[in-house]
Every structure is written in structure tokens, then in C-alpha cells.
Ligand binder design. Sequence first.
Ligand code: SME
Length: 162
Amino acid sequence: MSEVNFYINSKDKAGIYKEFLPQFHALLTGETEEVSILANAAAALHQVFDFFWVGFYLVKDDRLILGPFQGSVACSIIKYGKGVCGTAWKEQQTQVVPDVEQFPGHIACSSLSRSEIVVPLIKEGEVKAVLDIDSKEIASFDETDRLYLEQVADFLVKLIYQ
Ligand code: SME
């Protein structure tokens, strides 16, 4: 396999996501292994958006376990309903956290993380995993990120869990 480059011309966030998505789909379509898909999904998001931390936690029994990611060493287990990730699982909804210090029970894997977005991967009402992205800046994530990262999550659910 030759080196994979993403071609992005836009400067604004929505434009970057719009250019990213079809290339992301092309990269992963046809793949079947959960770990491989999530590993390259994390790498692609990291490569294009240069997120401080991007990765997946996978639902296993009554907890989340650390899955493929790009960034610094992170907590390996998160309990149901705990932290931003456990809350996204419990509420089955994306959590946009402009300031992690204001989120009750936020789990600080890195003291450098200041804002965060967590998007659940849901198949037929059941959360299978969450996509977690951290930023070193306050309020990095907004409704644009939610819109497009939910599209990323939907694509991954169809690819992996159908
Ligand atoms: N901050 C997350 C924990 C995971 S790390 O950010 C990678 C949380 O509160 O669930």
C-alpha cells in the first residue's frame, strides 16, 4: 500500500470536513476488521485535523475499554456513566464540552486537555463504542464538529457493526 495523503483545500472547518469525508470513506470502504478500521479512522482524523488526542473507547460488558487512538497514553477503563465518555454512552448522545473543568466528573487522562467532544457509535439503540477527541484549547468543538463527526460515527457503525 502506498502512502495515503488527504487532499484538503478549504480553510474553514465545515469545508475541511466536507472534503475529508469522501476521502475517509474511500480509505475504509471494503475493510471488515473492527480494530483495523478504528485504528485507521483515528490516524486519518489525527493526520487531517491534528487533534491533540483522538481515539475510540469500546463497550465491553459494563465498561468502556481503550481502543485504537492517536495521542498520549490514556486511561484504559471508563465506567458506565463516568466522565465525558461514560456519559455519552449512558445518554446515547454526543457530548460537546467547551471547558473540561466545568464538566462534572470529567476524567483527565492528560492535564493538557481543555475541551473535548465525544460521539457515540450507536447500532439499533445500542452503543458499541465512542469516538473521543480532545483539544489543548478551550472551546475547540462546536455544532459543526458534532454534525460531521456524527457522520463519521454513522459511517463507522454501518461499516463495522451491521
Ligand atoms: N476525558 C475523558 C477520558 C478519556 S481521555 O480524554 C482520552 C472522559 O472524561 O471520559
